[in-house]
Design a protein. Structure first.
Length: 204
């Protein structure tokens, strides 16, 4: 899909309101095209046309398509981390895991281009790095909460569980997002059951 050595750094950091609006416009139109036809089938020319700008103007902001993909993915991560932090601290552990699963699932299903972009995570080094960074952010949050609420869990097991639970849930959720709604809902229900049983055993 991409050249792993490609530069994916945006060429312009939007400072002024007009520049920020233009970048947001590019990312919004790119996400819509990715959602409709997929990342591989989308060209920089198509993004420029939909964004109502010349191809040369688009290249002034982003050096290639991968840079646009990465920028959209970073916004996905930012939105999700903000939404989760706002809700999870007010819930007990079991409810928090249910909410996390539901919120991720709805985000995967409804956020434009989420599935189109993240289905290629293994083929884009920058997305792999972002994916791992997101995992460790969630793991640190979970580890801190388990340490506070369940001090009886040994440190090494607590950290392993904090990594394993969000990673395994995320893998199932990304699969569910590709399935018909009825089948996906059944899978989400089973995932919650599995997570609850694991948590119950973990905290004793």
């Amino acid at each position: 899909m991409t050249d792993e050595s490609a530069d994916v750094t945006p060429r312009r950091r939007p400072v002024q309101a007009r520049s920020r609006e233009r970048v947001n416009n590019i990312l919004s139109h790119a996400a819509a095209i990715f959602h409709e036809v997929g990342v591989d089938a989308t060209s920089m020319s198509a993004i420029a046309r939909q964004s109502n700008m010349s191809l040369a103007s688009l290249y002034r902001y982003f050096p290639n398509k991968t840079a646009i993909v990465k920028a959209i993915a970073e916004e996905h991560v930012r939105k999700m981390e903000t939404a989760l932090r706002d809700r999870l601290e007010t819930l007990d552990l079991t409810d928090a895991v249910d909410v996390l699963i539901d919120q991720f699932y709805e985000f995967y299903r409804t956020e434009p281009a989420y599935s189109a972009i993240w289905s290629g995570v293994e083929s884009i080094p920058e997305l792999r790095e972002l994916d791992v960074r997101e995992l460790y952010t969630h793991a640190r949050d979970m580890d801190a909460r388990l340490r506070r609420e369940c001090p009886q869990i040994p440190d090494d097991r607590r950290w392993t569980a904090s990594l394993m639970l969000p990673r395994s849930a995320g893998t199932v959720l990304r699969l569910a997002a590709t399935l018909p709604e009825h089948q996906a809902r059944l899978m989400i229900s089973e995932l919650k059951c599995m997570a609850r049983c694991y948590l119950a055993e973990l905290v004793g």
